[in-house]
Write a protein that binds this ligand. Structure first.
Ligand code: PEP
Ligand code: MN
Length: 339
Protein backbone atom coordinates (compact mmCIF):
# COMPACT_ATOMS: atom_id res chain seq x y z
CA UNK A 1 0.00 0.00 0.00
CA UNK A 2 1.21 3.52 -0.62
CA UNK A 3 -0.20 6.72 0.78
CA UNK A 4 0.13 9.70 -1.52
CA UNK A 5 0.20 13.01 0.38
CA UNK A 6 -1.14 16.22 -1.17
CA UNK A 7 1.27 18.64 -2.76
CA UNK A 8 2.68 20.89 -0.01
CA UNK A 9 1.33 18.63 2.76
CA UNK A 10 2.16 19.92 6.25
CA UNK A 11 4.99 18.19 8.12
CA UNK A 12 2.57 17.40 10.99
CA UNK A 13 0.18 15.64 8.59
CA UNK A 14 3.03 13.48 7.26
CA UNK A 15 4.20 12.70 10.81
CA UNK A 16 0.65 11.84 11.86
CA UNK A 17 0.26 9.34 9.00
CA UNK A 18 3.68 7.85 9.77
CA UNK A 19 2.90 7.30 13.44
CA UNK A 20 -0.52 5.89 12.66
CA UNK A 21 1.12 3.31 10.35
CA UNK A 22 3.55 2.46 13.17
CA UNK A 23 0.68 2.12 15.63
CA UNK A 24 -0.89 -0.50 13.33
CA UNK A 25 2.31 -2.57 13.65
CA UNK A 26 3.51 -1.68 10.15
CA UNK A 27 6.61 0.15 8.93
CA UNK A 28 6.27 3.52 7.17
CA UNK A 29 8.96 4.42 4.63
CA UNK A 30 8.66 7.99 3.29
CA UNK A 31 9.74 8.83 -0.26
CA UNK A 32 10.21 12.58 -0.27
CA UNK A 33 9.75 13.94 -3.80
CA UNK A 34 10.15 17.45 -5.15
CA UNK A 35 6.40 17.98 -5.32
CA UNK A 36 4.92 15.52 -2.90
CA UNK A 37 5.72 12.90 -0.31
CA UNK A 38 4.63 9.33 -0.77
CA UNK A 39 4.65 6.97 2.20
CA UNK A 40 5.05 3.28 1.53
CA UNK A 41 3.61 0.85 4.04
CA UNK A 42 5.75 -2.21 4.61
CA UNK A 43 4.32 -5.26 6.33
CA UNK A 44 1.08 -7.18 6.42
CA UNK A 45 -1.32 -4.74 4.79
CA UNK A 46 -4.35 -6.70 5.90
CA UNK A 47 -3.85 -4.96 9.25
CA UNK A 48 -4.42 -1.60 7.65
CA UNK A 49 -7.72 0.24 7.52
CA UNK A 50 -7.59 2.11 4.25
CA UNK A 51 -10.55 4.35 5.14
CA UNK A 52 -8.82 5.61 8.29
CA UNK A 53 -5.85 6.83 6.26
CA UNK A 54 -7.90 8.19 3.38
CA UNK A 55 -9.72 10.47 5.86
CA UNK A 56 -6.55 11.90 7.45
CA UNK A 57 -5.53 15.52 6.75
CA UNK A 58 -3.43 16.14 3.62
CA UNK A 59 -3.83 12.56 2.34
CA UNK A 60 -4.59 12.63 -1.38
CA UNK A 61 -5.11 8.91 -1.93
CA UNK A 62 -4.32 5.46 -0.62
CA UNK A 63 -3.30 3.04 -3.34
CA UNK A 64 -2.58 -0.66 -3.30
CA UNK A 65 0.70 -1.61 -5.00
CA UNK A 66 0.16 -5.14 -6.22
CA UNK A 67 3.80 -5.74 -7.14
CA UNK A 68 5.99 -7.47 -4.57
CA UNK A 69 8.33 -4.49 -4.58
CA UNK A 70 6.70 -1.30 -3.36
CA UNK A 71 9.34 1.39 -2.93
CA UNK A 72 10.99 0.59 -6.26
CA UNK A 73 7.68 0.40 -8.14
CA UNK A 74 6.82 2.98 -10.77
CA UNK A 75 3.43 3.37 -9.04
CA UNK A 76 5.04 4.93 -6.00
CA UNK A 77 6.66 7.69 -8.06
CA UNK A 78 5.56 8.81 -11.52
CA UNK A 79 8.84 10.45 -12.52
CA UNK A 80 12.25 8.79 -12.68
CA UNK A 81 14.24 9.36 -9.51
CA UNK A 82 17.33 11.50 -9.82
CA UNK A 83 20.15 10.11 -7.69
CA UNK A 84 23.07 12.43 -6.97
CA UNK A 85 26.47 10.77 -7.00
CA UNK A 86 28.97 13.19 -5.50
CA UNK A 87 26.95 16.01 -7.06
CA UNK A 88 26.47 14.34 -10.47
CA UNK A 89 22.78 13.64 -11.17
CA UNK A 90 21.92 10.18 -12.50
CA UNK A 91 18.42 9.75 -13.92
CA UNK A 92 17.89 13.35 -15.04
CA UNK A 93 17.94 14.78 -18.58
CA UNK A 94 21.64 14.10 -18.87
CA UNK A 95 23.01 10.63 -19.70
CA UNK A 96 26.13 9.92 -17.68
CA UNK A 97 29.24 8.03 -18.67
CA UNK A 98 31.02 6.20 -15.87
CA UNK A 99 34.47 5.08 -16.95
CA UNK A 100 37.55 3.48 -15.47
CA UNK A 101 39.45 0.25 -15.21
CA UNK A 102 37.96 -3.02 -14.07
CA UNK A 103 40.46 -3.02 -11.20
CA UNK A 104 42.61 -0.36 -9.57
CA UNK A 105 46.16 -1.56 -10.28
CA UNK A 106 48.31 1.34 -9.06
CA UNK A 107 48.01 5.02 -8.21
CA UNK A 108 49.52 6.01 -11.58
CA UNK A 109 47.12 3.76 -13.50
CA UNK A 110 43.96 5.06 -11.81
CA UNK A 111 45.01 8.72 -11.85
CA UNK A 112 45.95 8.60 -15.53
CA UNK A 113 42.72 6.82 -16.45
CA UNK A 114 40.70 9.31 -14.41
CA UNK A 115 42.33 12.31 -16.10
CA UNK A 116 41.84 10.95 -19.58
CA UNK A 117 38.29 9.79 -18.86
CA UNK A 118 37.38 13.21 -17.45
CA UNK A 119 38.94 14.97 -20.45
CA UNK A 120 36.88 12.75 -22.76
CA UNK A 121 33.68 13.74 -20.90
CA UNK A 122 33.14 10.94 -18.37
CA UNK A 123 31.41 12.19 -15.20
CA UNK A 124 32.12 9.43 -12.68
CA UNK A 125 35.17 7.21 -12.17
CA UNK A 126 34.89 3.45 -11.69
CA UNK A 127 37.56 1.07 -10.42
CA UNK A 128 37.45 -2.14 -8.37
CA UNK A 129 39.49 -2.32 -5.17
CA UNK A 130 37.76 -5.49 -3.96
CA UNK A 131 37.40 -7.85 -6.92
CA UNK A 132 34.99 -10.81 -6.78
CA UNK A 133 37.02 -13.24 -8.92
CA UNK A 134 35.89 -16.59 -10.21
CA UNK A 135 39.03 -18.31 -8.91
CA UNK A 136 40.57 -17.83 -5.47
CA UNK A 137 44.10 -17.56 -6.95
CA UNK A 138 43.14 -14.72 -9.31
CA UNK A 139 44.10 -11.10 -8.46
CA UNK A 140 41.61 -10.05 -5.77
CA UNK A 141 42.27 -6.30 -5.97
CA UNK A 142 44.41 -3.89 -3.95
CA UNK A 143 41.70 -3.63 -1.27
CA UNK A 144 42.24 -0.70 1.15
CA UNK A 145 45.23 0.53 -0.84
CA UNK A 146 43.05 0.57 -3.96
CA UNK A 147 40.46 2.68 -2.12
CA UNK A 148 43.17 5.20 -1.22
CA UNK A 149 44.27 5.40 -4.87
CA UNK A 150 40.67 6.02 -5.91
CA UNK A 151 40.44 8.87 -3.41
CA UNK A 152 43.65 10.33 -4.84
CA UNK A 153 42.22 10.11 -8.36
CA UNK A 154 39.09 11.92 -7.16
CA UNK A 155 41.18 14.70 -5.61
CA UNK A 156 43.23 15.01 -8.81
CA UNK A 157 40.28 15.11 -11.20
CA UNK A 158 37.15 16.03 -9.24
CA UNK A 159 35.39 12.89 -10.51
CA UNK A 160 33.21 11.08 -7.95
CA UNK A 161 34.08 7.44 -7.44
CA UNK A 162 32.08 4.20 -7.64
CA UNK A 163 33.66 1.01 -6.36
CA UNK A 164 32.45 -2.47 -5.51
CA UNK A 165 31.85 -3.75 -2.00
CA UNK A 166 31.75 -7.54 -1.67
CA UNK A 167 31.60 -8.09 2.08
CA UNK A 168 29.17 -6.58 4.61
CA UNK A 169 32.15 -6.12 6.96
CA UNK A 170 33.79 -3.72 4.47
CA UNK A 171 30.77 -1.43 3.99
CA UNK A 172 31.94 1.27 6.41
CA UNK A 173 35.51 1.19 5.07
CA UNK A 174 34.35 1.56 1.46
CA UNK A 175 31.92 4.33 2.50
CA UNK A 176 34.87 6.36 3.82
CA UNK A 177 36.31 6.59 0.30
CA UNK A 178 33.56 6.04 -2.24
CA UNK A 179 30.75 8.27 -3.53
CA UNK A 180 28.75 5.23 -4.59
CA UNK A 181 28.81 1.53 -3.73
CA UNK A 182 28.74 -1.00 -6.51
CA UNK A 183 26.99 -4.30 -5.80
CA UNK A 184 28.16 -6.78 -8.40
CA UNK A 185 26.18 -9.37 -10.32
CA UNK A 186 27.33 -12.20 -8.03
CA UNK A 187 26.07 -10.36 -4.97
CA UNK A 188 22.74 -9.12 -6.26
CA UNK A 189 21.06 -11.67 -4.03
CA UNK A 190 23.44 -11.32 -1.08
CA UNK A 191 20.69 -10.01 1.16
CA UNK A 192 22.96 -9.29 4.14
CA UNK A 193 25.12 -7.08 1.93
CA UNK A 194 22.07 -5.36 0.46
CA UNK A 195 20.72 -4.62 3.94
CA UNK A 196 24.09 -3.33 5.09
CA UNK A 197 24.37 -0.78 2.26
CA UNK A 198 20.69 -0.01 2.89
CA UNK A 199 21.68 1.21 6.36
CA UNK A 200 23.79 3.97 4.78
CA UNK A 201 22.62 6.84 2.59
CA UNK A 202 25.39 6.48 0.00
CA UNK A 203 24.10 5.79 -3.54
CA UNK A 204 24.19 2.15 -4.64
CA UNK A 205 24.87 0.94 -8.18
CA UNK A 206 23.05 -2.38 -8.19
CA UNK A 207 24.06 -4.68 -11.02
CA UNK A 208 21.59 -7.24 -12.28
CA UNK A 209 22.33 -10.82 -11.26
CA UNK A 210 23.45 -12.82 -14.27
CA UNK A 211 20.47 -15.15 -13.79
CA UNK A 212 18.02 -12.66 -12.34
CA UNK A 213 14.59 -11.86 -13.67
CA UNK A 214 13.38 -8.26 -13.55
CA UNK A 215 11.23 -8.98 -10.51
CA UNK A 216 14.19 -10.47 -8.64
CA UNK A 217 16.33 -7.50 -9.68
CA UNK A 218 13.76 -5.01 -8.37
CA UNK A 219 13.28 -7.01 -5.18
CA UNK A 220 17.04 -6.72 -4.60
CA UNK A 221 16.67 -2.93 -4.95
CA UNK A 222 13.75 -3.13 -2.52
CA UNK A 223 16.03 -4.76 0.08
CA UNK A 224 18.27 -1.68 -0.01
CA UNK A 225 15.38 0.80 -0.05
CA UNK A 226 13.39 -0.88 2.71
CA UNK A 227 16.34 -0.31 5.05
CA UNK A 228 15.92 3.41 4.41
CA UNK A 229 18.36 4.08 1.55
CA UNK A 230 16.37 5.31 -1.48
CA UNK A 231 19.48 6.04 -3.57
CA UNK A 232 19.56 3.03 -5.85
CA UNK A 233 20.69 3.07 -9.50
CA UNK A 234 20.10 -0.14 -11.44
CA UNK A 235 22.52 -1.54 -14.02
CA UNK A 236 21.89 -4.08 -16.78
CA UNK A 237 25.17 -5.94 -17.34
CA UNK A 238 24.16 -8.96 -19.40
CA UNK A 239 22.76 -12.34 -18.50
CA UNK A 240 23.94 -15.90 -19.06
CA UNK A 241 22.48 -17.52 -22.15
CA UNK A 242 23.52 -20.40 -24.44
CA UNK A 243 25.63 -18.05 -26.56
CA UNK A 244 29.37 -18.41 -26.06
CA UNK A 245 30.77 -15.89 -28.57
CA UNK A 246 29.94 -13.10 -26.14
CA UNK A 247 30.67 -13.33 -22.41
CA UNK A 248 27.05 -12.49 -21.60
CA UNK A 249 23.97 -11.49 -23.57
CA UNK A 250 23.29 -7.81 -23.03
CA UNK A 251 19.56 -7.64 -22.41
CA UNK A 252 18.58 -4.21 -23.66
CA UNK A 253 14.91 -5.16 -23.22
CA UNK A 254 15.65 -4.44 -19.58
CA UNK A 255 15.97 -0.70 -20.19
CA UNK A 256 12.43 0.11 -21.38
CA UNK A 257 11.00 -2.75 -19.29
CA UNK A 258 12.54 -1.50 -16.05
CA UNK A 259 11.43 2.01 -17.02
CA UNK A 260 7.84 0.74 -17.06
CA UNK A 261 8.17 -1.16 -13.81
CA UNK A 262 10.28 1.19 -11.70
CA UNK A 263 11.15 4.84 -11.13
CA UNK A 264 14.80 4.00 -10.44
CA UNK A 265 17.41 5.11 -13.00
CA UNK A 266 18.93 2.36 -15.14
CA UNK A 267 22.43 2.22 -16.59
CA UNK A 268 23.95 -0.30 -18.98
CA UNK A 269 27.35 -1.99 -18.79
CA UNK A 270 28.34 -2.98 -22.35
CA UNK A 271 31.79 -4.12 -21.17
CA UNK A 272 30.54 -7.08 -19.11
CA UNK A 273 27.49 -7.36 -21.35
CA UNK A 274 29.60 -8.30 -24.35
CA UNK A 275 33.00 -9.34 -22.97
CA UNK A 276 34.55 -8.14 -26.25
CA UNK A 277 36.30 -4.83 -26.81
CA UNK A 278 35.19 -4.71 -30.45
CA UNK A 279 31.50 -4.73 -29.46
CA UNK A 280 31.57 -2.20 -26.64
CA UNK A 281 31.08 0.99 -28.69
CA UNK A 282 28.13 -0.35 -30.70
CA UNK A 283 26.34 -1.60 -27.62
CA UNK A 284 27.01 1.67 -25.77
CA UNK A 285 25.27 3.54 -28.58
CA UNK A 286 22.42 1.00 -28.50
CA UNK A 287 22.13 1.41 -24.72
CA UNK A 288 21.68 5.17 -24.97
CA UNK A 289 19.27 4.72 -27.90
CA UNK A 290 17.18 2.34 -25.76
CA UNK A 291 16.72 5.06 -23.16
CA UNK A 292 19.36 4.15 -20.59
CA UNK A 293 20.36 6.87 -18.12
CA UNK A 294 23.99 6.22 -18.99
CA UNK A 295 26.67 3.61 -19.46
CA UNK A 296 29.48 2.23 -17.33
CA UNK A 297 32.57 1.33 -19.32
CA UNK A 298 35.83 -0.42 -18.56
CA UNK A 299 38.62 1.84 -19.78
CA UNK A 300 42.39 1.48 -19.31
CA UNK A 301 45.42 3.35 -20.68
CA UNK A 302 46.89 0.01 -21.83
CA UNK A 303 43.85 -2.27 -22.19
CA UNK A 304 45.66 -5.33 -23.59
CA UNK A 305 47.70 -5.46 -20.40
CA UNK A 306 44.92 -4.78 -17.91
CA UNK A 307 45.16 -7.20 -14.96
CA UNK A 308 41.46 -8.02 -15.11
CA UNK A 309 38.88 -8.07 -17.91
CA UNK A 310 41.45 -7.05 -20.55
CA UNK A 311 39.39 -8.56 -23.41
CA UNK A 312 36.49 -6.20 -22.83
CA UNK A 313 38.40 -3.07 -21.82
CA UNK A 314 38.64 -0.17 -24.27
CA UNK A 315 41.44 2.38 -24.43
CA UNK A 316 41.20 6.00 -23.31
CA UNK A 317 41.48 6.96 -27.00
CA UNK A 318 38.53 4.68 -27.86
CA UNK A 319 36.49 6.42 -25.17
CA UNK A 320 37.35 9.83 -26.62
CA UNK A 321 36.21 8.64 -30.08
CA UNK A 322 33.01 7.16 -28.69
CA UNK A 323 31.86 10.23 -26.73
CA UNK A 324 30.71 12.46 -29.62
CA UNK A 325 28.89 9.50 -31.17
CA UNK A 326 27.13 8.84 -27.84
CA UNK A 327 26.30 12.50 -27.66
CA UNK A 328 24.60 12.38 -31.07
CA UNK A 329 22.52 9.35 -30.10
CA UNK A 330 21.60 10.97 -26.78
CA UNK A 331 20.37 14.06 -28.65
CA UNK A 332 18.35 11.85 -31.01
CA UNK A 333 16.42 10.40 -28.06
CA UNK A 334 15.90 13.73 -26.35
CA UNK A 335 18.74 13.49 -23.85
CA UNK A 336 22.03 15.29 -23.36
CA UNK A 337 25.46 13.90 -22.71
CA UNK A 338 28.05 15.61 -20.59
CA UNK A 339 27.96 19.03 -19.03
C1 PEP B 1 32.91 -5.13 -12.57
O1 PEP B 1 32.20 -4.12 -12.72
O2 PEP B 1 34.13 -5.15 -12.77
C2 PEP B 1 32.23 -6.41 -12.24
C3 PEP B 1 32.84 -7.37 -11.58
O3 PEP B 1 30.97 -6.43 -12.72
P1 PEP B 1 29.84 -7.59 -12.64
O4 PEP B 1 29.52 -7.74 -11.19
O5 PEP B 1 28.72 -7.05 -13.45
O6 PEP B 1 30.45 -8.84 -13.24
MN1 MN C 1 35.26 -6.11 -14.73
Amino acid sequence: MIIVMREGAARESIDRVMSRIGADGLKPVPLVGVERTVIAVIGDERKMFVETFAAMPDVEKVMPVLRPYKLAARESRPTTSVIKVGGIPVGGPECVVIAGPCAVESEEQIVETARRARDAGARILRGGAFKPRTGPYDFQGLRAEGLRHLATARTETGLPVVTEVVDPRDVSLVAEYADMFQIGTRNMQNYLLLKEVGQTRLPVLLKRGMHARYTEFLLAAEYVMSEGNPNVVLCERGIRTFETYTRNTLDLNAVPAIRELSHLPILVDPSHGTGRRSLVSSMSLAAVASGADGVILEVHPDPENALTDADQTISCADLATLMPRLSAVAAAVGRKLGA
